[in-house]
Design a protein around this ligand. Structure first.
Ligand code: MRU
Length: 366
């Protein structure tokens, strides 16, 4: 594979209400860059479950388009029937993956907009369907803008000549475009800064090697791939000045769930006095969950560890496997959470609440 400047178009809707959602089949990267087409909610559910589309914000976008795929064939003749079909679709899509809160955020947003349209007097079912497509497109467009803002705020934390470490993939492939943690590097590059990135491989599904090193390499960013168990050594050698990761769900106290292995990286960073930053849009915050230990952690197929994507055996067939897909980094290990509005330094319940209130996302009533 050689470096290219090919634009990454992770997920998008093509056509009108009778169109389809197209997305990059991420399980085949980096060897094959191809799109798949989702025309039914079942296909979208499967794409989310298999990680064809993955990464919290991209899953939020998939929730919007998946909802459109579910309700566009609704035979309802009135608003109540439409809302019932909508509820069936969102409840179904909500069963695809449990940890990334953006899935539920996206589904709730679609439901709320439909309910508001009905309350405002829209009873025509075709109009309601169009309103759903418009909203899904808005989620997609907003995500693109939010990621640029994350990049702007995050890149201010990365100084000229520094080395950074990242875990999993929080790039353009994990969002509608540009990324969260990787947006920091894209934005720093655009600002003319020189820096180095170390990318953890991210076992068992290798999002770091397959996706992050691919995205950074394509853009000509100085990226070095390491196995997950090398992070401590690279820190000890003094090569890492900052850690930037994404998140699947940030609890109200700032604890942040992210790809398995992130917690270990946060402890290594703390032991070496290296600031550890989480980069996540406010749609990734779950203000109803007080602490990180209440975040549901997805358990995935044991064969991901026994075989991985390569299909060949890594371990004896049938050996017992434990495969949590995420872990939670306690807020005490996080120097700051970068959102589209700025940086929440030393995040805790008070700091997160203050940030949300300052930006009109929370009122005194909650
Ligand atoms: O299982 P995945 O590949 O969906 O996990 C993705 C991550 O853990 C990302 O770091 C997270 O979703 C943030 S993406 C901007």
């Amino acid at each position: 594979m050689t470096q290219t400047t090919k634009a990454v178009r992770t997920i998008y809707w093509e056509g009108g209400l009778d169109g389809a959602c197209r997305l990059i089949e991420q399980t085949r990267l980096p060897g094959t860059l191809e799109e798949i087409v989702c025309e039914t909610p079942e296909q979208m559910w499967d794409a989310i479950k298999r990680l064809a589309v993955r990464g919290a914000p991209a899953i939020g976008v998939a929730a919007g388009f998946g909802t459109v795929l579910g309700i566009r064939s609704s035979r309802a003749t009135d608003a109540d029937g439409f809302l019932a079909d909508l509820r069936r679709t969102t409840e179904y899509l909500a069963t695809s993956r449990p940890t990334a809160v953006n899935l539920f955020w996206g589904l709730d947003r679609m439901s709320r907009v439909a309910a508001e349209a009905v309350a405002a007097g829209t009873t025509d079912v075709d109009e309601l369907k169009t309103c759903m497509l418009d909203e899904a497109q808005r989620i997609w467009e907003e995500d693109r803008e939010i990621c640029r803002a994350l990049g702007r705020h995050g890149s201010a934390l990365l100084n000229e000549g520094e080395g950074a470490l990242t875990h999993c993939n929080a790039g353009g492939l994990a969002t509608a475009d540009y990324g969260t943690a990787l947006a920091v590097f894209f934005s720093a590059q655009e600002a003319g800064k020189t820096f180095r990135v170390f990318a953890d491989e991210t076992r068992p599904l290798n999002q770091g090697s397959r996706l992050t090193s691919w995205e950074l390499f394509q853009r000509g960013i100085d990226v070095t791939l390491i196995c997950d168990n090398m992070a401590g050594q690279v820190m000890k050698e003094g090569r890492i000045d900052k850690v930037f990761v994404g998140s699947d769900r940030v609890a109200a106290n700032g604890d942040a769930a992210n790809k398995i292995g992130t917690y270990s990286v946060s402890i290594l960073a703390k032991a070496h006095g290296i600031p550890f930053y989480v980069v996540a849009p406010t749609s990734t915050f779950d203000m109803k969950t007080a602490h990180g230990d209440q975040i549901p952690i997805e358990q995935r197929d044991p064969d991901e560890i026994r075989r991985g994507y390569s299909g060949g055996l890594n371990a004896p067939e049938g050996v017992k496997v434990y495969n949590p897909a995420f872990d939670v980094t306690p807020h005490e290990n996080i120097a700051g959470i970068v959102t589209e509005f700025g940086v929440i330094e030393n995040p805790d319940t008070e700091a997160v609440k203050k940030h949300f209130m300052e930006h009109g996302l929370l009122t005194d009533e909650g």
